[in-house]
Ligand binder design. Structure first.
Ligand code: ZN
Length: 147
């Protein structure tokens, strides 16, 4: 059963490069704020110098973190843009490969990445009205901020 669903129309597709040393999530959230993007789909590829991946402990209702530093390819980094507390919020997951081509992945923790080089594609979406937007709210069952 679907719990939440909203209909959007595709708007502008933004493509660009992130600044060396920048944080992926903070950069995208700022871009969305500046461009009035309240919903979207995002994909990032490139390379990282550091970052923290996380997983959500479903029993303890808390995130566990794994900081990484070194040379990593961003094999895939994708997620969505919606609203949290009225502001654009990026929820991204990432798969990284190291210098031995081994991959790790998880929930990308905000404010932890230093980009070496990265390119993004952001598909901005428009609701029919502001009431059609997806807003994250605390969910008692999971302990997460969900739609
Ligand atoms: Zn996540």
């Amino acid at each position: 059963m679907i719990k939440v669903s909203k209909a959007f129309k595709a708007d502008t597709v933004h493509m660009g490069r992130l600044e060396k040393g920048a944080d992926i999530i903070q950069s995208l959230e700022r871009f969305c704020l500046e461009n009035n993007i309240k919903a979207g789909w995002v994909n990032v590829i490139g390379a990282l110098e550091k970052g923290t991946i996380s997983y959500y402990d479903q029993q303890a209702h808390m995130y566990h973190h794994q900081p990484l530093s070194g040379e990593y390819e961003i094999v895939s980094c994708s997620g969505n843009i919606s609203l949290k507390e009225g502001k654009p919020f990026a929820h991204l997951h990432i798969v990284l490969s190291d210098t031995d081509y081994q991959t790790v992945g998880g929930h990308l923790w905000p404010g932890t990445t230093a980009i070496f080089a990265a390119e993004f594609v952001l598909f901005a979406l428009n609701g029919q009205a502001d009431s059609d937007l997806l807003e994250r709210c605390p969910d008692v069952q999971t302990g997460l901020a969900l739609w």
